[in-house]
Structure formats: C-alpha cells, structure tokens
Design a binder for this molecule. Sequence first.
Ligand code: NAP
Length: 291
Amino acid sequence: MYDLIIIGAGPAGLTSALYALRANKKVLILEAKSYGGQIINASNIENYPGIPSISGFDFATNLYNQVKDLGGEILYEPVTHITSDREVTTSKNTYQVKSIIIATGTNRKKLNLPNEEELTGKGVSYCATCDGNFFKGKDVAVIGGGNTALEDALYLANLAHTVYLIHRRDEFRGEAKYVEELKNKPNVKLVLNATIKALNGTDKLESITTNNEKISVQGLFIAIGGEPQTEAFSNVVDLDENGYIISLDGVHTKTKGIYVAGDVRVKELRQLTTAVSDGSLAATIAIKEME
Ligand code: NAP
C-alpha cells in the first residue's frame, strides 16, 4: 500500500513527491498527460530565486529526474474519482492510500470561438515553445495580457516576422519588465483594448478579426490563462465559482487526509515559487498527520 498518492506531476506535485520520498514514504504520482505541468512550456524562467535563467523544460525535467532518482513512481493514469476514505480510482486501477495530495494545476483556457477547434494545429496553438518554429519569418498574434502571453510574445519575436500582442485592456497583468522588453522589439506590435471576434480560414488560419480591424496572420497563440482540473474531486473538496479548490490554510481540504497544492487551489499568486512552496508544505503536513 502507498502512503501517499500525489495527483499531478507539475512543480507542486513533484515537489510534494520529493519531500515525501526524502521522508522515506512510499509515494505514487498519478499524471493524466505528461510531467512538468504548465511550466514545461515556459521558454525562459527568470524569477526563480537562485536560478537567474532556465528554460521551463530544463527546470521540469531536472525536478522530474530528481524525483525519479529518489525512487519516485509515476504512472500515467487519469484519476476519475476519489472517495473520502481515500480510495483513488483511475482509468486503469483503484488504489487505497493513507493520504492524497491534489496538485492537478490548470489547463490552458480556450477563446471558445466557432473555428477554434478546427484550426487548432492549423495555425491556432496554445504553446509557443512547442509550435513557434513552424512560424519562422511569418506573421503571428498572441492573445492575453499575463506573463504567459508576454513570454510567448518575446519568444516568438525572435522567430516570427511580426508579432501582434492582442490584449483586451490597455494595462498588462504580467510583469512590467517583460512589457518594457516587448516595447523595445521593433517587430512587436501591441494591439490594446482589443478582443478577437473571429478566426478566418478553413484549412489553415489566414487572419483574425478583432473588434477594430482584420489582421493577417498565419499563427495565433492563445495565452488567456488556465482552468483548474477539479471535476473528479468535487465530492471531497469545496470549489469556488471558477472551479478552484478552497483551502482555508492553503494545504487542507474539507476532507481529512486529502490535501491540495499548487495552481489548482484558490490563491493570490500562481507562480513556480508558490507552487513548489505549496508542494513542500502539503507533503510535510500530510506526513505529520498520516495515520
Ligand atoms: P493570467 O495571469 O490569468 O492572465 C490571463 C490573461 O488573459 C489576462 O491578461 C486576461 O485579461 C486575459 N484573458 C482572460 N480571459 C480572456 C478572454 N476570454 N479573452 C481575452 N483575454 C482574456 O494567465 P497566465 O498568463 O497564463 O498566467 C497564469 C499564472 O502563471 C499567473 O499567475 C502568472 O503570473 C503565472 N506565470 C508565471 C510565469 C513566470 O513567473 N515566469 C510565467 C507564466 C505564467 P485581464 O488581464 O483583462 O483579466
């Protein structure tokens, strides 16, 4: 029997695993897709204390290897249900466990425009570092005003001919340093107070229509934030109106033995630093309270 099941192999979940393994606990990590969470797509991380600059891929892979080297077991099985007596059901198995940490993070939000699904992979993308290379020398747009959109625009500015950064307000949510860098890039055009109304093209993206104009682009990178992955847990945790897990102290859920860590919980700041902080604390408290 495992002592601890961690659901999600992003920075929060992997950090929980690191702490639990170092405390000699038997740990299973269950992941629906691939390790690394959202940070694996970050082109460059520059705000993690002590590491001036590292790619999201390298950071996530180092952490993953650190956990594997300690004997961490990761199975790629989406969790479909958990019960208050800590039975975890996946698409393949059922596990009984002493404690559970939910660290499922968020998935990229969609614009929900009519052509969006059809054009995904045909010009529309949710990952600049994965797909940016297809747009070398071409015109692309990024939509969003948070750090992801700003970082994506900076990354794409080194590849594409022109990058239109489209944001619905005239102030960015992301860091001022990135905004300054973007303003100094001659091939980046800020399109503010704008929303995308239509994606044009049938076999591939040809242009986008905003509330003000039509812009000819071959690529559109959608970076408008995340949606929490909590459907499978709604019977054992409280959720806010957006589906994030409510935890009064940032660690405990309403169910004994079930803890939460990372972007999936209601919190003020969703960053790598706070994700790993959550992960270490959740594991430490889960171990302390383990029966
Ligand atoms: P975010 O910070 O939630 O920003 C989402 C952006 O998309 C906002 O600017 C929002 O506009 C806009 N938006 C939301 N829905 C929209 C819609 N339907 N149409 C048009 N625009 C829409 O998301 P994120 O940038 O993915 O970042 C998520 C978290 O990860 C944040 O806490 C961020 O700081 C963190 N992150 C950190 C780093 C880093 O530290 N290096 C890198 C990436 C992400 P409004 O501003 O008007 O709401």
